[in-house]
Design a protein around this ligand. Structure first.
Ligand code: XMP
Length: 506
């Protein structure tokens, strides 16, 4: 399949470039700057990302342009544009002020890259250095008030550079420019779609897996569900799914999700292991220790069930692309480690199968729809592996979990009724069971726990902001929780952003 290679020089927006290319129904892969593939038959174009470095820094990332120069169309973005200008004989100089924010194109020269883009178009700048002269045989394509060479091209080679960030949302002309490059210049057939992904992946899985049996851990979340349905389409009942109930899921979630899985035709073993989890968590108050115990127990329960599946060769997981992208930070280390892998049953020697490994979250949802996964499963908010355990301060008991489940269910129902659920990235209630406050109900004094409500917007959970739920909705939620949930006499709304807070309380 045709693909665009994005070489990453450590910019924070590299993933965003990849998303934009995918939005053009074109497959793309993000690779570290020095890992251009040896076999590039399917590569139709190369994009060089920005970087926290200046081309003059001795430790800045260098690249052998000869690997693709002249053979594949290249678009350099910010540092990528400066690097090509610098290496090919132009001049890049340090400027005193770092230019950041919106800028307006003043001159636009007609070209394949600037088709449909005019003077007055808004772009987004974020750079310290600037290109002050172009290599011989290059020409200027666009300027802004403060940047002369805001866009350029080579006359002799299929090579373009832009100083601004077309991938940023505030670059209004960005989508057009990227379309011009990906579709116009590189000739993408725009064949990357949910339907093409499904048919291609199903046939790949069939040839990869043959007659082998596969085990998959279901969590109720969208990624593992879509992975399961895709695998089921490929190998039918040779896929065995295991869904472990650790007792800290949402109200009725285990039964509801099991019913959904059965109606999708999946072969699922549901394991109620809650007793063991509650016993092992008894008296444990430290958040990290709670997580460790749940993680350990989960792996042991899962492995014990998996061992019962005879002749299994593969362990499938719902790992998605952002979990795997090796984004570089300035020290060359990965920013985020992959937390899906771990707990592979060692003695079972299972091979790993990750059918969603190329997809972004929104693409997983599109594929899920294509496969007929019901909307209420596709649109579900993310939910942490340790479940409500990270939403109960202090030790965990069945009683506390039950109190929180009821409060959480009321909150989520009101969000749905108010049409807010789909506008929110993630929401839930938190039981502040280490805090007690005085209240009055009827003629009686109460001394009970508060519940905090949390609802955030986010795109990747790395940063988040609280969602401005209207007061009327908050009032209804608070009223119903205090009236119906025994043990709770106060409701607060968490209005912190991440950072400095986190989404979960523990
Ligand atoms: P924080 O609280 O770090 O959460 O802002 C970011 C995202 O990760 C989820 N989360 C977890 N998921 N195991 C998981 O599988 C965990 O231990 C865990 N802790 C947090 C959280 O729900 C949010 O989506």
């Amino acid at each position: 399949m045709q693909k665009i290679i994005i070489l990453d020089f450590g910019s924070q927006t590299t993933q965003l470039i990849a998303r934009r290319v995918r939005e053009l129904d074109t497959f793309c892969e993000v690779l570290p700057y020095n890992r251009y593939p040896e076999d590039d038959t399917d590569v139709i174009g190369v994009i060089l990302s920005g970087s926290p470095y200046s081309v003059h820094d001795p430790e800045s990332f260098r690249l052998d342009l000869n690997a693709f120069l002249g053979r594949k169309p290249v678009l350099g973005i910010c540092y990528g544009a400066q690097l090509m200008a610098h290496v090919l004989g132009g001049t890049v100089e340090k400027t005193d002020t770092r230019e950041y924010g919106r800028a307006i194109l003043q001159t636009v020269v007609s070209d394949e890259l600037t088709k449909g883009i005019h003077e007055g178009g808004q772009v987004w700048m974020s750079h310290g250095d600037t290109i002050t002269s172009l290599p011989a045989g290059f020409r200027l394509l666009a300027s802004t008030e403060s940047v002369r060479f805001a866009a350029y091209r080579s006359e002799a080679q299929p090579l373009w550079g832009v100083q601004f960030h077309p991938e940023a949302v505030h670059s209004e002309i960005g989508p057009q420019l990227l379309r011009n490059f990906v579709v116009g210049i590189c000739g993408s057939r725009q064949e990357w779609s949910a339907a093409s992904f499904v048919s291609q992946t199903v046939s790949e899985l069939q040839s990869q897996l043959g007659q082998d049996r596969v085990i998959l851990g279901l969590s109720g979340g969208v990624d593992s569900t879509v992975a399961a349905v895709l695998l089921h389409k490929a190998i039918g009942d040779r896929l065995t799914c295991i869904f472990v109930d650790h007792g800290m899921l949402r109200l009725n979630e285990f039964a509801d999700v099991m019913r959904d899985y059965h109606s999708l035709g999946l072969n699922v073993i549901g394991v109620d292991a809650s007793e063991r989890f509650f016993k092992d968590l008894e008296g444990i108050t430290d958040p990290e220790q709670k997580r460790k115990i749940i993680g350990r127990d989960f792996v042991e329960v899962f492995n014990a069930e998996a061992a019962k599946v005879k002749d299994a060769h593969w362990l499938a997981q719902g790992t998605i692309y952002p979990d795997r992208i090796e984004s570089l930070n300035i020290t060359g280390k990965t920013i985020k480690s992959h937390h899906n892998v771990g707990g592979l049953p060692k003695d079972m020697r299972l091979q790993l199968c990750e059918p969603l490994r190329w997809l972004f979250k929104d693409e997983v949802r599109r594929v899920g729809r294509e496969l007929g996964v019901p909307e209420h499963l596709i649109g579900r908010h993310p939910f942490p592996g340790p479940g409500l355990a990270v939403r109960i301060l202090g030790d965990i008991t069945r009683e506390k979990v039950h109190i929180l489940q009821q409060a959480d269910a009321i909150f989520i129902r009101h969000l749905r009724e108010a049409g807010l659920y789909d506008k929110i990235w993630q929401a839930g209630a938190v039981l502040l069971s280490t805090v007690r406050s005085v209240g009055v109900m009827g003629d009686e004094r109460t001394y009970e726990n508060p519940v905090a409500l949390r609802a955030v917007t986010s795109t990747d959970a790395m940063t988040a902001d609280f969602y401005p739920i209207p007061y009327e909705v908050l009032a209804k939620v608070s009223n119903e929780i205090i009236n119906k949930v025994k043990g709770v006499n106060r409701v607060c709304y968490d209005i912190s952003s991440k950072p400095p807070a986190t989404i979960e309380w523990e």
